[in-house]
Write a protein that binds this ligand. Structure first.
Ligand code: NI
Length: 284
């Protein structure tokens, strides 16, 4: 019991100190005194867990300030114009956006993240809400490593067969799951199967501020044609401003990615996220 009390007082002092004021400092001093007496009465192990000073052990992770991060992507706060749907960027630069749908997957997504990290490539993940709730730690890793998260509905149903309130629920539940898991809000959505009525696109855009993101390059990786076919289809069809569709749900797709990324890089392409690609349009 005593040990718990000390920890509580000490952490209170740490939080209170920068904000103000004589009273709080006294509390800190009192905590320090108690800490001293705890040591004297032989509770050294409790003291070793208490840190009142600056945390000098902290080091910035390597990804900080190296490339753009979600959600602070250095983007204009709004996308250019009020275009509701996009299947490519209009950038004249050799930028492409790799997008990965239907995750997070407990094995394939972390493996893909490793592949992306070794090449310092940023991608966009259109996650399914119920998978987010199942694997929130993977969503946190996606965001921590500088990738963008998009909304791909909660249950992956075909939205064209749903009424407005069900569509809203699909969007909202997923957004809430992503915020719960990683503390960021998605900026865009992708409908399962690419199926979304124009009226539904407008509804989602006005109520959630999500542009609908489709794609311009589809290797049909979900048919599992084999990693080398997936890689050569993507490399062969890539173009400036391409939005490339793939699925981190499938192991052979992830197997195809080292070859795909290296091929695109050697053809001079650079990788940015979907929001970054849309912002490029605003700068042209
Ligand atoms: Ni999907």
């Amino acid at each position: 019991m005593k040990r718990r009390k000390i920890l509580k007082l000490s952490s209170g002092a740490v939080i209170a100190l920068p904000a103000c004021s004589g009273g709080k400092k006294d509390e800190g001093a009192e905590a320090a005194k108690k800490k001293g007496s705890a040591t004297a009465s032989g509770q050294g192990s409790a003291e070793s867990q208490v840190k009142l000073g600056a945390n000098t052990q902290y080091r910035q992770p390597a990804y900080v300030n190296k490339g753009l991060r979600n959600p602070t992507l250095n983007l204009p706060s709004q996308f250019n114009g009020a275009t509701v749907s996009h299947s490519r960027g209009l950038s004249g630069q050799p930028y492409v956006a790799m997008t990965f749908d239907d995750g997070p997957h407990p094995r394939n997504t972390p493996r893909l993240l490793d592949i992306l990290r070794t090449r310092n490539i940023k991608a966009t993940f259109y996650v399914i809400g119920q998978n987010v709730d199942r694997y929130p730690e993977i969503v946190r890793r996606i965001v921590a490593e500088g990738h963008e998260i998009g909304n791909h509905t909660y249950t992956h149903r075909k939205l064209t067969s749903l009424g407005d309130s069900a569509v809203r629920t699909e969007m909202k539940r997923t957004e809430e799951a992503i915020v719960r898991a990683a503390g960021v809000k998605p900026r865009t959505m992708r409908p399962p199967y690419g199926a979304l009525l124009q009226r539904q696109r407008s509804l989602i855009f006005s109520e959630f501020s999500y542009p609908t993101i489709l794609w311009s390059v589809d290797p049909r990786d979900w048919q599992r044609p084999g990693p080398s076919v997936v890689a050569s289809r993507i490399i062969g069809k890539a173009h400036k401003g391409a939005i490339i569709l793939a699925h981190d749900l499938h192991a052979p797709t992830v197997d195809a990615m080292p070859r795909t990324f290296d091929g695109l890089l050697s053809n001079g392409y650079q990788f940015i996220t979907v929001s970054q690609l849309l912002a490029q349009k605003a700068q042209v």
